[in-house]
Design a protein. Structure first.
Length: 164
């Protein structure tokens, strides 16, 4: 009888130790899972940062446009904040790199035109492209993102009118 108790006790200790060690093995499963893919709005965030920065460049080169373009640059700064919040990244960067192939709009910006009218035309083309991007994102987005993206698209359409 004594041997059976010792054998039973030894077996219980072995099973307990095995189950405790096994907990770590199951916990590591989470560490082996791949990281979630980057948010689909990340490229849009990067391009919005680029657009905001382009406005800043134009305003530095042509300070007389401050009254006309300053509010537009501020709108884009707010879009950066709103998109960063939606994605869940820090509002003031740095932002994670967008995945996929290199996007030309993520490349360093082209040289700023030296004439004010050319700079305004450049901004108008960028706004047109950005509006189309926001509209497409709004239509493809889940409903909880549609209001934000629709608002950004509408704002960019308004910017095009200001730049005419």
């Amino acid at each position: 009888m004594l041997i059976r108790r010792r054998a039973l006790l030894a077996a219980a200790v072995t099973v307990s130790a095995g189950s405790v060690a096994g907990c770590d093995l199951f916990g590591d499963k989470k560490a082996q899972e791949p990281a979630p893919p980057p948010d689909v709005l990340l490229p849009m965030l990067h391009r919005t940062v680029g657009l905001r920065d382009r406005y800043a460049e134009v305003l530095t080169a042509f300070p007389a446009l401050q009254d006309r373009l300053g509010p537009l640059k501020d709108d884009h700064a707010q879009h950066v904040v709103a998109l960063a919040r939606e994605i869940g990244v820090p509002e003031n960067g740095p932002f994670p790199a967008a995945s996929g192939s290199a996007d030309p709009s993520d490349a360093p910006s082209q040289a700023l035109p030296t004439e004010q009218s050319a700079a305004l035309s450049d901004l108008a083309e960028r706004e047109k492209s950005a509006r189309a991007e926001a509209e497409a994102a709004c239509l493809a987005a889940p409903s909880y993102r549609a209001a934000l993206l629709g608002s950004i698209a509408a704002c960019r359409a308004g910017h095009q009118e200001v730049l005419k």
